[in-house]
Design a protein around this ligand. Structure first.
Ligand SMILES: Cc1cc2nc3c(=O)[nH]c(=O)nc-3n(C[C@H](O)[C@H](O)[C@H](O)COP(=O)(O)OP(=O)(O)OC[C@H]3O[C@@H](n4cnc5c(N)ncnc54)[C@H](O)[C@@H]3O)c2cc1C
Length: 191
């Protein structure tokens, strides 16, 4: 469910939070998750984070692993939006429609209420949604990784055609947008 955190009934504009129901306990390492079969999870997240990660080579060799620093939750925008997403997840989880499926909230747990406590929980619980994008900046300047035709800067016939050229993350899962980028590029390169 992609929603507006301030008004989940609004259907226009770009949604800023996402909720997803998982029929098993799903919790980050280090959290005390209950055993399988004993709980469900309402996952929550931020669709347009403003924190910016960084990826860089760790050395000159082709087998040197990249250094990936996602910089999660660096901005107040992301922390505040995540708090709203968590509150909306709680609203769903505590809704009367789920009464017969729910006993008590296990994580973060009823005592966790203040913004400070919610931030601390989110900092320990947040993880990737598996949609890395935007690591190869497009532009016409010499520092850009690819030009507007997705040609790798400095090469005549090498192109980057994947999520890394996205200037911004779409609201939803990114695979469809990647296919659109690839099909558009393939069609234009045939012309
Ligand atoms: C667990 C998980 C769940 C996901 N669920 C969803 C979902 O439900 N919906 C959705 O829309 N998206 C989902 N995604 C995200 C989506 O799958 C990825 O964002 C998308 O596949 C990325 O596409 P891409 O073309 O940018 O990169 P990739 O699909 O990673 O393609 C890169 C390709 O390059 C190849 N490659 C790498 N290095 C080299 C090299 N040196 N030489 C030649 N080839 C190389 C790789 O083998 C790979 O085939 C999920 C991702 C994960 C990990």
């Amino acid at each position: 469910m992609y929603l507006h955190g301030d008004d989940p009934t609004r259907s226009t504009g770009s949604p800023d939070i996402v909720l997803a129901c998982v029929v098993v306990p799903s919790a980050a390492e280090g959290l005390n998750a209950p055993p399988y079969g004993s709980a469900f999870t309402i996952l929550c997240g931020v669709t347009h984070p403003t924190s910016r990660g960084r990826i860089a080579p760790s050395g000159p060799g082709r087998n040197d692993a990249p250094v990936i620093d996602p910089h999660y939750l660096e901005t107040e925008h992301d922390r505040a939006t995540f708090r709203i997403a968590l509150k909306r997840a709680r609203m769903v989880g505590h809704h009367a429609a789920l009464d017969e499926w729910r006993d008590a909230e296990i994580l973060p747990g009823a005592p966790v209420q203040s913004d400070h406590e919610l931030d601390a929980f989110i900092a320990g619980a947040a993880s990737t949604h598996h949609h890395p994008a935007g690591t190869c900046r497009m532009g016409s300047d010499t520092d850009a990784v690819v030009d507007p035709d997705l040609r790798l800067n400095g090469f005549d016939n090498a192109f980057v055609v994947d999520a890394s050229v996205m200037p911004a993350i779409p609201s939803g899962p990114i695979n469809a947008a990647i296919v659109a980028i690839a099909e558009t590029w393939a069609a234009s390169s045939r012309d």
